[in-house]
Design a protein around this ligand. Sequence first.
Ligand SMILES: Cc1cc2nc3c(=O)[nH]c(=O)nc-3n(C[C@H](O)[C@H](O)[C@H](O)COP(=O)(O)OP(=O)(O)OC[C@H]3O[C@@H](n4cnc5c(N)ncnc54)[C@H](O)[C@@H]3O)c2cc1C
Length: 505
Amino acid sequence: MAALLARQGVASLVIEADEGYCSGSRAICVSRRSQEILAWAGAAAAVVAKGLPWSGGRSFWRDTEVLHFEMPSEPTQRFAPMLNIQQFYVEEFVHRALQGAPGLADVSWSSRVDTVEQDEDGARVQVSTPVGMQTVRCDYVVACDGGRSTVREQLGLQLEGIQYEGRYVIVDIVQATKRPVERLAWFDPPSNPGSTLLMHRQPDDVWRIDYQIRDDEDPAEAVKPENVLPRVQSHLAMIGELEPWQPLWISIYNAKCLTLADYLHGRVFFAGDAAHLVPIFGVRGLNSGLDDAANLAWKLAAVLRGDARDALLDSYSVERVHAARENIAYGAKSTQFMAPPNFAFQLLREATLRLAVVDTRVRSLINPRQSAPIAYQNSPLNVAQADAWSSELAAPGQPAPEALLVAAHGPFHLSQAFGRDFVCLVFNDGALPGALAALTAGGVGVLDIPPEADSLGQARQRYGLPTGVTQALVLVRPDGYVMGRWHGHDPRPLLEALAQQGITP
Ligand SMILES: Cc1cc2nc3c(=O)[nH]c(=O)nc-3n(C[C@H](O)[C@H](O)[C@H](O)COP(=O)(O)OP(=O)(O)OC[C@H]3O[C@@H](n4cnc5c(N)ncnc54)[C@H](O)[C@@H]3O)c2cc1C
């Protein structure tokens, strides 16, 4: 959040209770969309250099492979569909990138927010620091203080939703392996009958192993090394991973599907786990938190600069609460499969897995459906379609599709142009129309896409340009979402749409 605000030229102070980056095993899978956001924060190169990219996975029932899935992926892509990397590296690399914006984002370590009071003009935050209590006065507070948010408690707010009973032990171990990087899942494996087990490779020769414990097992007993290590050893032996290994970290987890009803309360925003808790299956935790930050940063910056009305901030809550509810729905489905909450779900899962051995059509039901950016179909910012551009691809409210262009200075991915300003994609059949100077004058970036720059045809195909239409404008928001699209090259409806929202970029 601080890094994206700094990119917008907005100063912030990060108040962090811990003395350093997070420890232990937390998020490990970073989606393609998150890698784009991390690029805007200046950290993608380091994250990609350290991380392990992957694009698919396998599921096994007992000892039979019942699913081999591949996520959309092709050689011209900028980022892999998914990248495994420990969360503390992501935090470190973003923090390092922040050093390039001195004065715009300071981090106050070992400092805990105790109280938050707000008035019409801002908020007063009391912070316990190593040198005593301090008061910080600010325009806005963004509560990114995690699942046990102090700020949420201060404001007397409650998360809504459900918490599942099924528990998973999470174990990180160090072991050298040559196995490809894939998401691996076993249901009822011979190594641990009755359990479900997931494995992911991480950098530094670390395996992340998650396995379900029985409902009647005591969680405190379940995490004791004498109970964990034999189960891990049994599984490693089963899959032929015979190198010596040692445990790094053991914890226990149960899935939660919880969200606040609103992420904006006066001068206080909620983002990340402070706003919503989603199951780890499908990896929507860290990834959706990054999307919260990308959504909020440009809106807050525009309001603080006086380039937009306060009402723009309401759309943060509308869009991101919607996204959290979608993420929760997907996450709940995955949880019901990974840790069936009752006998009926258990029976359905067993039937699906048995059938999947013999019937390939059933296999898609096992597909874990990893995190993907959520469309904001009903966002108040979407511009209604005035013409017959009916393609669902890149419709208003959709994440703007990626495409590789061939620019004069070399290959260029569209997502490199997003992340700070409004950008208008100008599809044309030749020379850039002069009328578009009005867009630049109106503060909207112009990205010219003549046919020769789109020689792979990706942009025209992925933006669903109707057959026969050669001239079109697509307005992309600073967070890489489509706001509106028009046939022809008349910039006026586009500028009017922004003005109607009270936005003067
Ligand atoms: C075992 C496990 C596995 C996971 N795997 C994945 C995965 O593969 N992919 C994925 O996307 N997500 C995953 N997640 C979820 C992911 O870790 C969280 O969603 C993510 O860390 C949320 O980020 P956040 O910044 O909102 O909160 P946090 O990472 O919890 O950060 C909150 C910060 O606020 C600080 N803080 C708390 N209270 C105060 C206070 N009063 N004052 C000042 N500072 C305070 C804390 O010290 C902490 O640094 C996993 C989580 C767990 C537990």
